[in-house]
Design a protein around this ligand. Structure first.
Ligand code: SF4
Length: 226
């Protein structure tokens, strides 16, 4: 089983619930979306076998004392058979498997959710991404493995209150204590983060319905690391 992998590297997790943790990252090439704030470098990526990828992840984890691997992208769930082939070796090596996903491919998630220890799902707001809405898909996705899932919502200067409110409702209907991260977009490529006042409004709105809301920008970008 092979997949196009852009890179396998060690870094500090800069987003979400495990921020600050040293992890090995497996960055899958390719995505089914095209978000306005995307920083994925698209282009040709080498085709790597699941066995070779697992070997490299375990080597880097041991060398750097990392205890978790993040499967990221791109969209890792486009490679669910590869994940199924690779994950057992990672778990046997004692690594926690984190899945970072756009939160849309719920059927694919169903096939690999037992292999993931943590699921970091996005809720994509059309007024943030510049693309279409996926409310039904996100709603199915968040219910697939709620005990392992946390949510990330990227907000920009253009994010609408209506979209944000829908994301909060969707998460609250799934479970009120889901960790819910409001992530101001990193200012690059013409995308701007929301104002402080707008962020405060979003935070208050989310906190009225959810028990575990935080605002967290992409710290790895602020640190200037991968
Ligand atoms: S889902 Fe992620 S990788 Fe895909 S286009 Fe959006 S930001 Fe980029």
């Amino acid at each position: 089983m092979n997949a196009n992998i852009s890179e396998i590297f060690v870094s500090i997790q800069g987003e979400g619930l495990y921020v600050g943790q040293k992890q090995v990252f497996v960055r899958f090439a390719g995505c089914d979306l095209a978000c306005s704030y995307c920083d994925e470098k698209r282009g040709l990526s080498p085709l790597i076998s699941a066995a070779a990828a697992a070997e490299e992840v375990i080597r880097l984890a041991r060398k750097n004392r990392a205890k978790a691997v993040s499967l990221t992208g791109g969209e890792p769930l486009l490679n669910r058979e590869f994940i199924k082939a690779m994950a057992p070796a990672l778990k046997d090596a004692g690594l926690a498997v984190h899945l970072e996903t756009n939160g849309i491919l719920y059927r694919e998630l169903d096939k690999v959710k037992d292999l993931a220890d943590v699921i970091a799902m996005d809720i994509k707001l059309p007024s943030s991404t510049g693309g279409k809405a996926f409310w039904r898909e996100h709603s199915m996705f968040i219910k697939a493995a709620p005990e392992k899932t946390f949510v990330k919502v990227v907000v920009t200067s253009g994010t609408s209150a209506a979209d944000f409110g829908k994301a909060v409702s969707l998460a609250a209907r799934a479970y009120k204590s889901v960790p819910f991260f409001i992530q101001p977009a990193t200012p690059e490529g013409g995308v701007k983060p929301p104002s402080r006042g707008k962020l405060d409004v979003f935070y208050r709105r989310a906190s009225a319905r959810l028990e575990n809301v935080r605002i967290l920008p992409q710290l790895h970008k602020l640190w200037g690391i991968k």
